[in-house]
Design a protein around this ligand. Structure first.
Ligand code: ATP
Length: 374
């Protein structure tokens, strides 16, 4: 079990900065997701936590002790590599016991621990089989067993389900999460799939171009995105942006979109002026005949119980998610209303969220405030 504190972690490869002054905290026992697009620095961060890559600067505190410059072998962390990387000439028992045998653990102890791991993973019935003929699910469980058997302080996983087809991936994701709930070991998990991160993670850190954009609980990140990047990266369809220019006074409770006043949670902070983006999730857009703000339906996408309706508005195209039972015709002009309490407001020049007086669902997020850059 371990708490991992990342403080100002920085990694440059020559002139190229792969990870820039990152800071976040992984609590003991958390399932923690490193999320972001390809090349954003997730794997480099994970490799630095593992000790496979040394940081240029910054700290990695493992249970309070800075291990940033300690080699991998001195960290007691298990890196679960590509799940299918098993020793093909060994049977399941020998694959799982390999790390213990190479540490010189006595035979009886090895046997006891392998049996225990096989029980946890539900693979007792294949323990003496060669790995060659196993299904991909069982191979994955064996690879996990090999990591678990060491009883490390933490598990690190780099896109472990990446190569799997969608259905199997979902099943393994559930199994992994259930296994984590049984064992309670700190787990750091890299993915570029926002749905996987939302479904599996206790916490998520969202990275972009080597920078931590935001970290926190999935719902807090979804409801209170700290940047326009996070607002777009999380959610499908992503958050809509209605763009406008304005001078905003402190305490403002409306913004004006193309001549129409739209109510807003009270703006905190100083007066500002410039270009802004009003952020609204598709499920918080309503079609209402009496609404003054208007747009035209340009497409509809039927999804069973709900439909996604694309709307052309004077402040940009947006999408809304409404019940399929609500009749909508392409080409028709409609009134558009937003659920005021859910709105976000961004400075379009910096991409950062402005503080609004919004009730927060999460204990970690102060009322109306979002944590920007960790
Ligand atoms: P992916 O999901 O594609 O693996 P990632 O978010 O895990 O992306 P990293 O693998 O951490 O990204 O890479 C971040 C950036 O650092 C990339 O642009 C990559 O090319 C660069 N990089 C990684 N390792 C090295 C290295 N050893 N030397 C030079 N550049 C590197």
């Amino acid at each position: 079990m371990a708490e991992i504190v990342i403080r100002n972690l920085h990694k440059a490869f020559g002139d190229f900065v792969a990870v820039k002054e990152s800071s976040f905290t992984i609590n003991d026992g958390e399932f923690f997701m490193l999320l972001g697009p390809s090349g954003c620095g997730k794997t480099t961060t994970l490799r630095m936590i593992a000790g496979l890559e040394l940081p240029t600067s910054g700290q990695i505190l493992l249970d309070g002790k800075d291990v940033a410059q300690v080699p991998a072998s001195g960290r007691d962390i298990a890196f679960v590599f590509q799940m299918f990387a098993l020793y093909p000439h060994m049977n399941v028992r020998n694959n799982i016991s390999y790390p213990l045998r190479s540490q010189g653990v006595p035979r009886a102890e090895v046997r006891r621990r392998v049996d225990e791991v096989a029980r946890i993973l539900g693979i007792e019935h294949i323990i003496d089989r060669p790995v060659g003929g196993l299904s991909s699910g069982d191979r994955q469980r064996v690879a996990l067993g090999r990591a678990i058997v060491r009883r490390p302080k933490a598990f690190l996983m780099d896109e472990p389900l990446g190569a799997l087809d969608a259905e199997f991936r979902e099943r393994m994701a559930e199994e992994l999460r259930a296994l984590h709930d049984r064992m309670g070991a700190t787990t750091v998990y890299v993915t570029h799939d926002q749905l996987e991160a939302m479904q599996m993670g206790d916490k998520i850190v969202v990275m972009n171009h080597g920078v931590v954009e935001q970290w926190g609980r999935p719902q807090d990140i979804y409801d209170f995105p700290a940047t326009m990047f996070v607002a777009e990266f999380i959610g499908s369809p992503p958050m809509n942006f209605l763009r406008f220019e304005a001078s905003l006074e402190p305490g403002a409770e409306t913004v004006v979109l193309s001549g129409t006043k739209v109510p807003l949670p009270r703006l905190e902070g100083p007066a500002t002026s410039g270009r802004y983006a009003l952020g609204v999730r598709p499920e918080h857009v309503r079609l209402a005949d009496d609404a003054a703000f208007r747009g035209m339906v340009i497409a509809t996408e039927y999804l069973g119980t709900t439909q996604i309706v694309s709307l052309d508005t004077p402040n940009g195209d947006i999408k809304c998610r409404i019940p399929s039972s609500q009749p909508v015709r392409t080409g028709e002009r409609v009134g558009i209303r937003f659920d005021t309490g859910t709105l976000s407001l961004f400075d379009a020049a910096t991409g950062h969220a402005l503080a609004l007086d919004r009730a927060s669902p999460g204990e970690d997020v102060r009322r109306g405030k979002v944590r920007i850059h960790g």
